[in-house]
Ligand binder design. Structure first.
Ligand code: UDP
Length: 331
């Protein structure tokens, strides 16, 4: 009984591999390493390859006795998805469908999918619940929603009814408590790594994308979730499927919103340094405020975020301070 983790050498995937190992499961990782890091895969076998390689996926399922899959492998840069849509449709959707065909043949019937709160677009009301309308505003978000729908269709397949949990992540951030895995700021444009870069790279200044939003301090509000909490959510999703749970789409967030300015203030307190920044224009497509209604995850999966913003900022600061060049280029 092995869990196949695709994209397990990526940021969230690598944390999830560790959480799965801690839960006593056997894990095999399939990752192209195009954007992942070999060093991030701890205590699990890594197979370098693509989920679209049907022969390879079939062989892994047979050789390793795969009974469930956690699927992270995908491109995730929103801006890039608008410039190269075909690449995103191909890698995130077409490749996933190829893999799902093989899984069905191989009688693998449990699947956890790395989805995103981006499927909601700019939500009409807050907090966002799973039954709110979806309205993707980027190709990236479109591809996540397309796979959720594909999974809905596969759950109707009468040969091998694939049950799945699609986890709609809010803003993943932070690093592992033991400081072994984190997020490289050169490959992520997200707020927390960029704040860390502003603290640690003297040639870099953070840009705050708008301070005239209708929020308490004028900056955008998001739901930041510690990557280790997110990793646990995948284990809980697998527990749920293993005990017979039906196909489910579920928010994974903390349920509370934090502004860009609040992130900066806390980063300054924790690091005892100033974050150099300038106010820039609003970023196209940025919603004003997004945070989760996280009750369904608690009810169905028994999952709730255990860590808050201090743990996110502390662990991210420690990781970036000790890995200023990410994994590869020698620190
Ligand atoms: N943000 C910012 N400067 C940056 C990166 C992000 O001001 O360099 C803001 C962004 O406008 C949003 C919040 O930080 O309000 C979170 O953005 P991020 O890209 O981390 O995640 P998103 O919610 O867009 O997926």
């Amino acid at each position: 009984m092995t869990v196949l983790v695709t994209g397990g050498a990526g940021y969230i995937g690598a944390h999830t591999v560790r959480a799965l190992r801690s839960s006593g499961r056997k894990v095999v990782v399939l990752d192209t390493l195009e954007r992942g890091n070999r060093e991030a895969v701890i205590d699990a076998e890594l197979i370098v390859g693509d989920v679209a390689d049907q022969g390879l996926v079939a062989k892994i399922c047979g050789d390793k006795g795969v009974s469930s899959v956690i699927h992270f492998a995908a491109y995730k840069a929103v801006g890039e998805s608008m410039l190269e849509p075909e690449k995103y449709w191909n890698n995130n959707v077409a490749s996933t469908e190829k893999m799902l065909d093989v899984l069905t043949e191989q009688r693998v019937d449990k699947f956890v999918f790395s989805s995103s709160a981006a499927v909601y677009g700019t939500p009409l009301s807050m907090p966002v619940t799973e039954s709110d309308p979806t309205k993707p505003e980027s190709v990236y978000a479109e591809t996540k929603l397309a796979v959720e729908k594909l999974l809905g269709a596969f759950s109707q397949n009468t040969d091998c009814r694939l049950r799945s949990v699609s986890l709609r992540y809010f803003n993943a951030a932070g690093a592992s408590k033991d400081n072994r895995i984190g997020e490289d700021w050169s490959s992520s444009q997200n707020l927390v790594p960029q704040v860390m870069r502003a603290l640690l790279d003297k040639d870099f200044k953070l840009e705050i994308f708008g301070n005239d939003y209708p929020t308490p301090d004028g900056t955008g509000v998001r739901d930041y979730i510690h990557v280790e909490d997110l990793a646990v959510a995948h284990v809980k999703a697998l527990d749920y499927l293993e005990s017979g749970g039906e196909t489910l789409v579920c928010n994974i967030g903390t349920g509370s919103g934090t502004s860009v300015m609040q992130v900066i203030d806390l980063a300054e307190k924790i690091s005892r340094k100033k974050v150099p920044y300038r106010i820039a224009a609003r970023r196209a497509g940025d919603p004003i405020s997004v945070f989760a209604d996280a009750r369904l995850a608690e009810k169905k999966l028994g999952w709730k975020a255990a860590r808050g913003l201090p743990e996110i900022i502390e662990s991210a600061y420690e990781w970036h301070r000790t890995h200023p060049n990410g994994y590869r280029r020698g620190n």
